[in-house]
Ligand binder design. Structure first.
Ligand SMILES: C[S@@+](CC[C@H](N)C(=O)[O-])C[C@H]1O[C@@H](n2cnc3c(N)ncnc32)[C@H](O)[C@@H]1O
Length: 782
């Protein structure tokens, strides 16, 4: 069987099994390669009929007949569609000719009976012919919607029994934003053809835009009754449910969309957003599968934003629960094997372990124990492929958390023996097992080992070696290619750079790219931002500066958020920039340039920007106001700025921790950071235990950033208000996931833009801005 025949067979099977979207995809693949494949045209036609797309179907059957007019089935389907479209005369003429040429059989007889019935009961005015419909479709395609409406109304004045004419009228009105007229037209169409999934969908869309969310959900449900694979209906139904506060139902809806098409970026993006503040009260296998698919993609969600949701789901798994409870009981290799085989059956857990630090003390205890158990029992796991998958996930988790777990003397001694054994095998040329390497990689970054290159030669570039050896190598290759500006001579900038050279922040794996880049104006509308001058919101090719881009996650997300933009991303730390550039190349994003330098030296770049973002950066400068003023200088008049700063109120715990660190005179090397962290876990400083609820607690560079930073300023909103005034910036609103709580207490629309009201709200809700104040402002015109 040729490859093409193979695809055809699969397509026919999918069609027979009712998986129409898969079948259509495969048939279209065949037509790409062999445009004159008549059977593929025929099947695509059948699928179009099933979806109610009769005109498209007509074209497909015509194409099939053009290639081969001797297949009865093609004629039968073609004539059926002609009759349905109201062209019984034309069908009758063709049928007579076919019969006179010898066509016979039940199918043809039945068609003849249908035509006869229409002839006996002729409608007074016949529905429009396909040609008439096509002419109106052409008008729409040329954007002449008003003319199309005129023609359609004229047709309806003579005969109002055609569902497709009402539907087209609805679509034309929709394009003209005449939503009430469109709704009425669609409803008329549905009276005649109540099973048309697309028309129900259009009704749902109008209701959603009008704010009738319940009505919208009901219509999306009808859409899905008649076309259970309508992905857009799932997506927009989820959005409507979420807007009604039914996040759980929305999650189930997005999961269904992903079940149908795991590559649907919108469903993945929507699911990621819905999961942010969710905790699961019980197990849910289908949602688990959808989340695992989501985590498989590099650009749909920042895993740490759904970490808590995923962990709450995973903890309902029986294996996981048992492993956590029996954490101290698997010293022997047999017991270890059992636990690992149970955990390996929870793919969602393994996926999460590979993409972000798992911010949870119970899991930390479990992983620390498992890591040691592997080390002590490694001889029982040599070349154990079944266990390797879990070991790789564990080693990846340890690498991502930057080896933050505590190592006891037992760990250290056993690790020493493992390194000696591996080195001995290298000298003796004895076979090395990947299980041994994974065991080592869960304690030490493989790239640091002198034999890292040998490992690549022995095992090739597998998942773990790529992560721990090849990727750091690529970053080293990238570093000299990054351009610099100005000179870093500010004392604080020098110290800050040193910190981020040692610990680039954050070390991310996946991120959340926007599925569709939007004009600034649209983003501003979605965020409810209020700008005095809106000229810059309509820039076609916005020039964006990301100041203090770190390892690139934010810069990349920004580059995908704004349509047609060019981004320049700068940072003090070359290691961070190399990480950012590697990830940018991997994701094949081409609208970002990176440069190394100090924000204080930005005047040496001769460029003005439409939009500047600086999040989590200015509060680490010697004088944030001076850095901020430098950014304002780089902004065009009327230009927009997104700033994120630490809140004095939200970081009370951090201030206490920084005080303790200062009092204990702790250094910020890896050993001191880890030992202080262990003290917090042990409740040596009971008032600091709440730090364990910060996700930054679970990764070395993030924990260093959280409490050991060389420079940290914090602000109140009243101070920010003063600074904005001095810098001649106008506050435009916060970027928040959810501002419902604030709005419930402050219903006046202008309250959203009043920093004094926000300040009073924060006094009452001191942890509200624990994720920093993230806000937008606009540079005044001179
Ligand atoms: C906490 S990280 C934030 C990174 C990124 N903005 C984000 O939100 O993921 C702070 C970054 O700001 C950079 N930074 C701090 N002071 C800077 C300065 N004066 N000039 C340029 N970059 C600076 C640091 O090197 C570090 O990468």
């Amino acid at each position: 069987m040729t490859a093409l025949e193979e695809v055809f067979k699969k397509a026919v099977e999918a069609h027979a099994a009712g998986d129409l979207s898969k079948a259509e995809k495969l048939f279209r693949e065949i037509l790409e390669e062999v445009p004159e494949h008549s059977d593929a045209h025929y099947f695509v036609g059948l699928i179009s009929v099933a979806g109610g797309h009769l005109l498209e179907a007509l074209g497909d059957f015509q194409a099939a007949l053009k290639v081969n007019s001797s297949v009865d089935a093609y004629w039968v389907s073609y004539l059926d569609v002609l009759i349905r479209l109201g062209s019984a005369d034309e069908a009758s003429a063709i049928l007579s000719e076919l019969k006179s040429n010898g066509a016979q059989g039940n199918h043809f007889d039945r068609l003849e009976e249908r035509i006869a019935l229409i002839e006996v009961n002729p409608v007074e005015n016949k529905p429009p012919s396909p040609e008439t419909i096509q002419a109106i479709v052409n008008l729409c395609e040329r954007g002449l919607f008003e003319q199309a409406v005129e023609r359609l109304l004229d047709l309806l004045s003579r005969d109002s029994s055609s569902a497709i004419v009402h539907k087209l009228l609805g679509l034309a009105y929709l394009e003209l934003s005449q939503h009430s007229d469109a709704l009425q037209a669609f409803e008329e169409s549905l009276k005649i053809q109540p099973e048309d999934a697309d028309t129900h969908f259009y009704v749902a869309e109008i209701l959603r835009v009008r704010g009738d969310l319940e009505g919208a959900v009901a219509s999306y449900n009808k859409t899905l009754t008649f076309n259970s694979e309508h992905i857009e209906a799932y997506n927009n139904m989820g959005i409507s449910l979420q807007a009604q506060g039914e996040v759980g139902a929305a999650i189930v809806t997005y999961s269904k969309a992903l079940q149908i098409n795991p590559d649907d970026e919108r469903a993945a993006f929507n699911l990621g957003t819905a999961l942010r503040n969710t905790r699961f009260a019980g197990p849910d296998e289908e949602v688990g599968v959808a989340i695992a698919a989501l985590l498989d993609k590099p650009g749909c969600v920042r895993p740490n934003t759904i970490n808590e949701a995923v962990l709450s789901l995973v903890k309902h798994d029986e294996f996981v629960r048992r492993a956590i409870i029996s954490c101290n009981e698997f010293e022997s290799s047999e017991a270890l094997k059992q636990v690992v085989s149970g955990l390996s059956k929870v793919p969602l857990l393994l996926k999460l372990m590979k993409v972000c630090p798992i911010a949870d003390l119970e899991f930390e205890a479990l992983f620390t124990k498992l890591r040691l158990s592997f080390l002590l029992n490694i001889s029982s796991f040599l070349d154990d492929a079944a266990t390797l998958e879990f070991q790789v996930a564990l080693a990846t988790q340890c690498y991502i958390t930057e080896y933050i777990y505590t190592e006891t003397e037992i760990d250290k001694k056993a690790l020493e023996s493992l390194i000696q054994a591996i080195e001995g095998k290298k000298v003796n040329s004895s076979p090395l097992s990947m299980n041994e390497v994974a065991c080592l990689a869960s304690y030490k970054d493989l790239h640091q080992h002198p034999f890292s290159r040998n490992l690549l030669e022995i095992f090739g570039e597998n998942e773990l070696l790529k992560l721990q050896i090849r990727e750091p190598e690529i970053e080293i290759e990238i570093k000299p290619r990054i351009a610099c500006f100005g000179k870093v001579d500010n004392k604080i900038s020098v110290r800050v750079r040193e910190q981020y050279e040692q610990n680039p922040y954050p070390k991310w794996i996946n991120l959340c790219l926007s599925p569709d880049a939007k004009p600034i104006s649209e983003v501003a509308k979605e965020l409810d931002l209020q700008f005095e001058n809106t000229e810059i919101l309509f820039a076609d090719n916005p020039q964006i500066l990301v100041a203090g881009c770190g390892t690139g996650q934010q810069a990349l997300e920004t580059s995908s958020r704004f349509k047609g933009c060019d981004v320049l991303a700068v940072d003090l730390s070359l290691s961070s920039l190399a990480y950012a550039k590697r990830k940018t190349d991997e994701l094949r994003l081409s609208n970002i340039d990176y440069m190394q330098g100090d924000i204080l030296q930005l005047h040496s770049i001769d460029r003005q920007f439409d939009l500047i973002e600086s999040t989590g950066v200015l509060h680490h400068m010697a004088d944030p106001k001076v850095g901020w003023a430098e950014l304002v200088q780089r902004l065009k008049p009327g230009g927009l700025m997104k700033i994120a700063l630490y809140s004095e109120f939200a970081r009370g715990d951090i201030e206490t921790a920084r005080g303790t660190i200062k009092h204990l005179d702790l250094a910020s090397d890896q050993k001191s950071i880890k030992s202080f962290r262990q003290q917090i876990k042990d409740r040596t400083h009971p008032d600091l235990f709440p730090l364990t609820t910060w996700s930054d607690f679970y990764c070395l560079s993030e924990f260093r950033d959280l409490v050991f930073h060389v420079q940290e300023h914090r602000f109140t909103l009243l101070q920010i208000q003063g600074l904005l005034k001095k810098l001649r910036l106008n506050f435009a609103g916060f970027e928040l996931i959810n501002n419902k709580e604030f709005i419930d207490q402050n219903s006046a629309p202008e309250a959203l833009y009043d920093l004094e009201i926000w300040h009073n709200f924060e006094v009452e809700n001191p942890t509200y801005f624990s994720g920093m104040y993230q806000f937008w402002c606009q540079k005044a015109f001179d």
